[in-house]
Design a protein around this ligand. Structure first.
Ligand code: F0G
Length: 354
């Protein structure tokens, strides 16, 4: 009969799932107990009717709060708790807020979310409310909300509040596990990974994940990273196209995809490096292309995603059309968030009888 400790450990090991399955590749001290909701381990779904080719959708909507943010939040909140802070603060277009609120609740921490007034989809706002976050709304866009977080934490010196936006490196450590899962499932990296880009943390994190596997000798090639932005909110695509070495911000970002309605992405330099190092590219897609891709994923594949997530399929189609990629190439489209996040867009664009 194993002793209690051995027994507990064996259960804990068997239960290791998703993000924490890769604990050895996360730079955290072993004594730190994770704050987890069993995030990660999301399905990699081969699609065939919305697009034929070697195309897989990594369905991040299957995470506990319905977006990829949970991968980073489990690590970020774990660190926040271990530091003994009273609470966490995030600016958000909605998904970070929903995720921070849920994980803070699980950790017994306060959570303040700073949101652009009128710029957050209903499902996400509802989640933040449900999990008991304190909601602060600012007039303006996400970039103004993030400025408010900087002001609170850095200028007003609220040291008991731990900032958890994606400039926080722990968030990115968690998000890099998406790359590990892709390799675990496909056995090797795909040729291309398509990622919708807003504040540009995710594309940087995923690239970091692939590079680590490569540097450890676990994979022999690297994928090309394709950052997809909405036409009206494409500071990085513009910066990339004009070969500028400084960010060209967009003052009034506009797109139906509210999650990526961001004009001054914090992680812009990391994202540019990810695309450059991987010999990838940034591309833009229109709101119509986003809506069409959202519809096709839903109607032909049964995969319900929010508008920002559909940008990856729209980007893949654009890349094929302009000849950047080939039909035979293996591509993974990161579908970042669940359709239920944004019911208003669905009822507006997909009315009965259409
Ligand atoms: N897709 C969805 C559904 C998102 O919520 C976000 C970002 C992105 C893509 C872009 O990821 O910022 O790492 O480039 N949402 C953030 C938020 C900004 O506040 O929820 P990114």
């Amino acid at each position: 009969m194993p002793s209690n400790t051995e027994f507990d450990w064996s259960i804990a090991r068997r239960r290791r799932f998703g993000v924490w399955r890769y604990r050895e590749l996360l730079p955290l001290h072993n004594d730190i107990e994770p704050v987890t909701l069993c995030e990660g381990g999301t399905p990699l779904i081969k699609i065939s009717r919305a697009m034929n080719g070697n195309v897989f959708v990594k369905f991040e909507g299957a995470n506990p709060t319905g977006s990829f943010k949970d991968r980073g939040m489990t690590v970020g909140i774990t660190i926040a708790k271990s530091l003994g802070v009273e609470g966490v603060i995030v600016a958000s277009t909605g998904n970070t807020a929903a995720s921070a609120a849920a994980y803070a609740a699980r950790a017994g921490l306060q959570c303040i979310v700073v949101l652009p007034r009128g710029g957050v989809a209903k499902g996400k706002l509802a989640q933040a409310l449900l999990h008991g976050a304190k909601i602060v709304e600012v007039d303006g866009v996400f970039d103004d909300a993030l400025e408010e977080v900087f002001t609170e934490v850095v200028i007003n010196g609220k040291r008991n509040l731990y900032p958890l936006n994606s400039y926080n490196p722990w968030r990115l450590e968690g998000q890099k596990t998406l790359a590990f899962e892709i390799v675990d499932e496909l056995r090797e990296p795909p040729d291309y990974v398509f990622v919708p880009v807003g504040n540009a943390g995710n594309i940087s994190a995923i690239w970091k994940g692939f590079k680590e596997l490569y540097n450890y000798g676990l994979i022999r090639k690297l994928p090309k990273m394709v950052g997809v932005q909405a036409e009206g909110a494409a500071p990085l695509a513009k910066t990339w196209t004009l070969k500028s070495r400084t960010l060209i911000p967009i003052e009034r970002p506009m797109t139906i995809a509210s999650a990526i309605r961001i004009g001054r992405p914090v992680n812009w330099l990391k994202a540019l490096k990810a695309v450059e190092e991987s010999s990838g590219v940034f591309i833009t897609v229109s709101d119509d292309e986003i809506v069409n891709s959202m519809r096709d994923l839903a109607v032909y594949e049964g995969v319900g995603v929010e508008p920002a997530s559909a940008a990856s399929l729209a980007g893949y189609r654009k890349a094929l059309e302009i000849g950047i990629i080939d039909k035979g190439d293996v591509a993974v489209l990161v579908a970042t968030g669940h359709a239920l996040k944004d019911p208003d867009t669905i009822t507006k664009y997909f009315s009965r009888g259409d």
